[in-house]
Write a protein of this length. Structure first.
Lengths: 149, 112
């Protein structure tokens, strides 16, 4: 209700967001990194990471979130995720065939195991959170565009 | 069997929203509800009583798993549903910017 509040929601929402957004981000990273051991994986973890950014944007307004991560950089991140996934798949050709697991498999049920699968999950998660947040940013900027007409 | 009928009821709720409501946002919500009712039905077909998540773990036996095939199908369908929902919302926002209303009856009157 104060005058110097700025864009975004009330101070209660902002305080709760400031306290919880890092937990949401860390939980998404945990889901991605443990994708080969437990349910979850690249897509689910990427969605949770994108939800943390969307949470920030809903509470603080679009300028604050776009200052942390601009819309031009989002396209770069999304392309990077896709390219890294393709490079991991193509590096399998050096060991035999497409998507071949060229790294050592390691001990089962340990965090560093399963060869290229965790790396592929990380690449997928980068592509998913960048793409999902880009869809949200595009919808937000589209509304601004139609209001100006 | 009862849970399958409940998924059918949820699907009918979504179809009701698509056919009966005038507001474009409510029509999109009806489409989303119907879509997720179908996904829920797929998951329920693959479920078995007292099953656990279909992933290998060191101590649990491999026999008590739910069917992983509908889950993979549903994960893909969720991704595609997300993209189609974003497209529908973008089209609805364009219509609102052009006509200034979400009511489909008024949009039809304003043609031309």
């Amino acid at each position: 209700m104060s005058k110097e509040q700025g864009p975004g929601m009330s101070i209660i929402v902002k305080t709760v967001t400031r306290l919880t957004v890092w937990l949401i981000l860390l939980y998404g990273i945990y889901i991605v990194v443990h994708g080969h051991l437990s349910p979850g994986g690249g897509f689910a973890g990427g969605v949770i990471i994108a939800l943390s950014f969307i949470h920030l944007m809903l509470a603080y307004g679009k300028e604050m979130a776009l200052k942390k991560l601009s819309e031009g950089l989002l396209g770069v991140w999304e392309s990077t995720g896709g390219l890294v996934f393709l490079v991991i798949a193509l590096l399998g050709l050096t060991a035999g065939y497409f998507f071949k697991n060229f790294l050592p498999a390691g001990e089962p049920f340990h965090l560093v195991s399963a060869g290229t699968i965790p790396l592929s999950y990380i690449a997928i998660s980068v592509k998913v959170w960048a793409g999902l947040f880009a869809i949200f940013v595009a919808l937000v900027l589209l509304r601004v565009d139609t209001e100006q007409k | 069997m009862t849970v399958y009928l409940l998924a059918l009821v949820l699907f009918c709720v979504g179809i009701y929203g698509v056919l009966r409501k005038r507001n474009l946002i409510k029509i999109i919500l009806g489409i989303i509800i119907a879509e997720h009712a179908v996904l829920l039905f797929f998951i329920l077909v693959g479920y078995r009583l007292n099953g656990r998540a279909p992933i290998l773990s060191p101590d649990a036996p491999i026999t008590q798993m739910v069917d992983p095939l509908p889950q993979a199908l549903v994960l893909t369908a969720i991704v595609i549903g997300l993209a189609t929902t974003a497209l529908l919302i973008a089209l609805a926002m364009r219509l609102y910017g052009k006509y200034g209303t979400y009511d489909i009856a008024k949009i039809r009157e304003l043609r031309g």
